[in-house]
Design a protein around this ligand. Structure first.
Ligand code: ATP
Ligand code: MG
Length: 211
């Protein structure tokens, strides 16, 4: 049996057609079903529905053999015990720094003052500002980062941006791109060593489907 971890939410709408294109169709609609383990048309393959940021954890511990995870989550959490053979080219966005529209970001970071950064991605933010030589106080949030600068919780945020619509709606502007983000196929390293005959063909099919 092969177990494949996947999240509902933003990656899902693009992941489902991609799964179909590699010959995997859930037996029940994941949108309407409340089940967290779904059978598929392939008797040897089941899907786990988990939180986006939990996908690498399930695959790292071998509870799932494979999964789809955003590069944002993988960079933030590390990829110990994982291989990332394919960039799936879905869930595209960028990791950026954003500030209130009226704020002069260059001046803020030049004068060497400590800045307060609110983000879900504290490791990515720490690395980014350390490389720029900017001192930061990191404030960990779990969502709605856009709110933080509006109410004085932070000077800047580090968050994912796709259209910029949410930033704009909240009077924020993107001032620095940290990295491009897309979803990756991830595979448990140990499972790949012990059961290459069952995992390799599916990895190759994904590579061909997006190549
Ligand atoms: P939740 O929204 O349930 O708190 P989450 O934020 O981890 O959890 P999603 O919002 O579904 O889950 O995001 C999942 C992934 O989608 C992200 O980790 C990222 O890789 C990708 N993604 C693509 N575009 C965006 C975007 N504009 N904003 C957020 N995530 C995006
Ligand atoms: Mg979200």
């Amino acid at each position: 049996m092969m177990t494949f971890a996947l999240s509902k939410g933003r990656i899902f709408d693009e992941a489902l057609p991609l799964l179909k294109s590699v010959g995997i169709t859930p037996l029940e609609s994941p949108e309407s079903s409340r089940k967290l383990i779904l059978g598929t048309n392939r008797p040897d393959l089941r899907l786990l529905i988990v939180r986006a940021s939990d996908v690498p954890t399930y695959v790292q511990y071998g509870a799932a053999d494979m999964g789809i995870a955003g590069a944002d989550v993988l960079t933030e959490q590390g990829n110990e015990g994982l291989v990332q053979p394919v960039d799936l080219g879905i869930g595209k966005c960028r990791m950026s720094v954003a500030v209130p529209e009226g704020l002069d970001y260059q001046t803020l970071v030049q004068r060497g003052a400590r800045i307060r950064v609110a983000t879900k991605y504290v490791n990515i933010a720490r690395t980014h500002f350390a490389a720029k030589g900017v001192h930061v106080d990191l404030i960990k949030l779990y969502g709605s980062m856009e709110l933080a600068p509006l109410v004085g919780l932070a000077d800047v945020i580090v968050d994912l941006v796709s259209t910029g619509g949410t930033l704009k709606a909240n009077g924020l502007k993107e001032v620095e791109k940290i990295s491009e983000v897309s979803a990756r196929l991830i595979v448990n390293q140990a499972a790949l060593k012990t059961r290459p005959e069952s995992l390799r063909p599916l990895m190759d099919t994904f590579a061909k489907a997006v190549g």
